[in-house]
Design a protein around this ligand. Structure first.
Ligand code: NAD
Length: 255
């Protein structure tokens, strides 16, 4: 994708964690970042940090479970900026739910955020991207979707595996329109999601996990953000439909 700078980049769930680091990475490249999240204070903090570093960003609240909100937000961004060049579908939840407690509601909620939530932000942007014959989309999967099964998180593993299919399907349908779609499957990254005692490894579990990661450390949000930025850049112009594990060697090295 060769686009005039600054590109207009939309990141979901950009108030904290990988989303925030991603917003900062694009802003550091000179792009204008539309920071979105359900967490308003955190989203505004991301914008403040970007502005303080000399970058360009704005915050708009977005719950990715709302089609109406996503449609309106994309229309607003396109009306004000004339286009939307990059979408990073990052927002996600990983709730711990043993199978005996896996109600339809809990299953559907995770799918609604982690999988359909991605379609919701991509769909309204496609007409504009197609018309400009240019666009890059990056979706966040997980090593729990591309390789591992995760006990007590079956809905999460299934949704994140679904992201791989979403990326492939979108990539093929959009390839001739000049739009590329790729995924990133992070390993263990030091964010609120991983450090949650209730829903994930917790701080002690995360440090223990670091011991069997070949690179010997947990990932940092910026480790993922830089790969997302690469996938959205012209350097990745012939790359589409792939979901890349970024995990410090975990998948290939733990046996
Ligand atoms: N941290 C890891 O180790 C790890 C590993 C694999 C995949 N991932 C994936 O990477 C992405 C980012 O994860 P993270 O670790 O930064 O998590 P995080 O919990 O730190 O941040 C998730 C973000 O998503 C937002 N969000 C949640 N529900 C939303 C909704 N309905 N609408 C809009 N925003 C919503 C949150 O407010 C938050 O800003 C997620 O998709 C996650 O599943 C993370």
């Amino acid at each position: 994708m060769t686009t005039d700078k600054p590109r207009i980049v939309l990141v979901t769930g950009a108030g904290i964690g990988i989303g925030r680091a991603t917003a900062e990475a694009f802003a550091a490249e000179g792009d204008h970042v539309v920071v979105t999240d359900v967490l308003r204070a955190e989203g505004q903090e991301t914008v403040k940090a970007i502005s303080a570093a000399g970058g360009s960003a704005e915050f708009l609240p977005l719950d990715v479970t709302s089609t109406a909100e996503a449609d309106a937000l994309v229309a607003d961004v396109e009306a004000r900026h004339g286009r939307l060049d990059v979408i990073v579908a990052n927002a996600g939840i990983a709730h711990k739910v043993p199978l005996v407690e896996m109600s339809d509601e809990r299953w559907d909620h995770t799918f609604d955020v982690d999988l359909k939530g991605m379609l919701r932000v991509v769909r309204p942007a496609l007409a504009g991207m197609r018309a400009r014959r240019s666009g890059a989309i990056v979706c966040l999967s997980s090593i729990m979707g591309v390789a591992y099964g995760w006990d007590e998180h079956v809905h999460y593993s299934a949704a994140k595996a679904g992201v791989v299919g979403l990326v492939r399907g979108l990539a093929v349908e959009l390839a001739r329109d000049g739009i590329r779609v790729n995924g990133v499957a992070p390993g263990y990254i030091r964010t609120a999601q991983l450090l949650s005692e209730k829903n994930s490894l917790g701080p002690a579990g995360a440090e223990k996990a670091a011991e069997f990661i070949p690179m010997g450390r947990l990932g940092e949000p910026a480790d993922i953000a830089d790969v997302i930025a690469f996938l959205a850049s012209d350097a990745a112009r012939y790359l589409t439909g792939q979901t890349i594990a970024v995990d410090g060697g975990l998948l290939v090295g733990r046996y």
